[in-house]
Design a binder for this molecule. Structure first.
Ligand SMILES: Nc1ncnc2c1ncn2[C@@H]1O[C@H](COP(=O)(O)OP(=O)(O)OP(=O)(O)O)[C@@H](O)[C@H]1O
Ligand SMILES: [Mg+2]
Length: 255
């Protein structure tokens, strides 16, 4: 059983696309997979075909305002076998931030996992440093940081890594930085190559995971509400997420 947070404080770095397609890969391999959307933009649901107007009776964000919240009430089947979603509340207004406990998600998740034989949990986080991001890191075994290979993005990755170390020291000593995932990569662009090389020097070769190439099928699949492995199985996007999943399994020692 593995809990993976997908996080980067910078917006638009492929977090949701990665959470969604990694989740679809795991589910297709027969793993009972739960996707949790902690980002109140609610994009993960869109990517699974739940359009904006879809109302769920209970959202994952209720966890942060209701002491009696039970995660099972916020988990829904998706059209894809083995793949479950805990959707975000796009109307959630966070009035209680200072009173919230950082391990609230961890506790709720541990109970749910035990009761439901979940194999993999993937948490999509917002591009902000807030209680949702912290809760995700506290609840997780490993973190993946997707980033765009641009100069400012490299600054964002270093900020994110600092936050990771802080949480790992203070709240969750088991937390591992699984790796950095360059997204929307074109190796023929000199800047992409340079940024990836620089970050590889800082974080080490083992932490620089396979890149995801720029591939319009990933954006199209998202709009269609279908993971890319089903939307365009022969595309570069489908191939890259397949290979990233294999690489992650090797790193965490799973088949
Ligand atoms: N490899 C790729 N090739 C082409 N387009 C991509 C790729 N990855 C993501 N995109 C597109 O880029 C946009 C941003 O991606 P995504 O929503 O996954 O980023 P994010 O980090 O979750 O953003 P936010 O910070 O707003 O949550 C989306 O329109 C998505 O479809
Ligand atoms: Mg997102």
């Amino acid at each position: 059983m593995t809990i993976i947070s997908i996080a980067n404080r910078k917006g638009g770095t492929g977090k949701t696309t990665t959470a969604l397609n990694l989740g679809a890969e795991e589910a297709a391999r027969g793993k009972k997979t739960l996707l949790i959307d902690l980002d109140t933009q609610g994009h993960l649901g869109w990517g699974l075909g739940f359009k904006g107007e879809k109302e769920f009776p209970v959202y994952i964000h209720k966890l942060f305002e209701d002491k009696n919240f039970d995660l099972k009430d916020a988990v829904y089947e998706t059209p894809f076998e083995n793949l479950y979603l805990a959707p975000a509340d796009v109307n959630f207004i966070n009035n209680h931030q200072e009173k919230m406990e950082v391990d609230i998600l961890k506790k709720s998740l541990n109970k749910f996992i035990k009761e439901n034989n979940i194999d993999v949990v993937i948490i999509d986080t917002p591009p902000t440093l807030d209680i949702f991001m912290l809760s995700a890191l506290v609840a997780s075994d490993v973190v993946l940081i997707p980033f765009l290979p641009h100069f400012l993005a490299a600054v964002g990755v270093k900020q994110m890594a600092k936050l990771f170390y802080k949480v790992a020291v203070k709240h969750n000593t088991n937390l591992r930085l699984l790796g950095l995932v360059p997204v929307m990569v074109n190796k023929r662009i000199g800047m992409h190559k340079k940024v990836i090389e620089d970050l590889t020097r800082v974080f080490g070769k083992n932490r620089m995971l396979r890149g995801i190439r720029t591939n319009v099928k990933l954006a199209e699949a998202f709009l269609a509400g279908i993971p890319v492995r089903y939307y365009a199985p022969k595309s570069a996007g489908a191939m890259d997420y397949y290979l990233l999943t294999e690489e992650i399994h090797m790193l965490i020692g799973e088949k």
